[in-house]
Design a protein around this ligand. Structure first.
Ligand code: SAM
Length: 279
């Protein structure tokens, strides 16, 4: 048992509050507080930061973040059954945990947070990818957050950090690495979770760069890359022909062979291609 805080072990919390895991909400809970403390440490020095946590569930990672000294944690949870358990944590860490009940895809957390802000979460698969894309594609850069420390299915994490030339390289790789440093920091087997998911999980730490590596409009780059990888087996002159009648000339001007496939194109070249389009 861990002595992270004076609260009961997570197994007891789950039993007391009847938090049987719901598949529809992607609930695979981390019950080992040593492990959640380890994940919290990957988020860096939190002592002067507000931390946004999506999907706290019974609060394992929340407790790790608070115990590691976060100035404040804002936790957004969709499952109302978890709220009493989270409230017990809030009582121990007076004024440092704010809980919002609802769907993270529909809540704007910014009015509840003061910079510097970091994000940490063990996310359900679908919501996780959608939120990551949103965090990576704001119109203004740098974004409101300094770093993201996120647990994903291993396959998604590998896509985020993938280099050109392989199957994992795609939209997530380009959007992540264009304006951030992204690295894998921890891998966990299915057995670390209750109930165990089918696949291994991986924590990715993403740090926002002060400026993009190459200039491009985020909306245009996002559209070009999504279109290119949507038909990743096709040559780019075919995959992108719907974007402009003169796509071959634009590809050539950006230094991309029209016969190449999306997975062979560097982020720098995608940015050059995006710059040939106007909004
Ligand atoms: N953080 C906890 C842990 O590590 O044990 C729980 C992780 S579990 C993989 C994902 C959590 O996200 C669940 O508590 C689930 O209820 C919550 N969740 C699912 N969809 C959500 C959404 N759209 N907005 C906020 N929370 C959501």
């Amino acid at each position: 048992m861990s002595h992270l805080d004076p609260l009961p072990p997570l197994r007891d919390v789950i039993a007391t509050h009847g938090l049987s895991a719901k598949k529809s909400l992607g609930q695979n809970f981390l019950l080992d507080l040593n492990l959640t403390a380890k994940i919290a440490r990957q988020a860096g020095d939190l002592t002067n930061c507000d931390v946004l946590e999506i999907g706290p569930g019974p609060g394992g990672l929340t407790r790790g973040l608070l115990a590691s000294g976060a100035r404040k944690v804002l936790a957004i949870e969709k499952d109302a059954r978890c709220l009493p358990a989270l409230q017990e944590i809030a009582e121990v860490y007076s004024n440092r945990l704010e809980i919002l009940s609802g769907d993270a895809l529909e809540i704007d957390p910014l009015q509840h947070l003061t910079p510097p802000i970091r994000v940490a979460a063990n996310l359900p698969y679908n919501v996780g990818t959608e939120l990551l894309i949103r965090w990576l594609t704001p119109a203004q850069w740098p974004p409101y957050w300094e770093s993201l420390t996120l647990m994903f299915q291993r396959e998604v994490a590998e896509r985020i950090v993938a280099q050109p030339g392989g199957k994992a390289y795609g939209r997530l790789s380009v959007l992540a690495q264009w304006r951030t440093d992204a690295r894998i920091v921890l891998s966990l087997p299915p057995g670390a979770f209750t109930p165990p998911p089918k696949v291994a999980s991986t924590v990715v730490h993403v740090t926002a760069l002060p400026a993009p590596r190459w200039p491009a409009d985020p909306e245009i780059l996002s559209r070009v890359v999504a279109t290119a990888f949507n038909q990743r087996r096709k040559m780019l002159r075919a995959a992108l022909k719907g974007l402009a009648p003169d796509i071959e000339d634009r590809l050539t001007a950006a230094g991309i062979k029209p016969t190449e496939r999306a997975e062979q194109v560097s982020i720098e070249a995608f940015c050059a291609l995006a710059r040939s389009f106007k909004l």
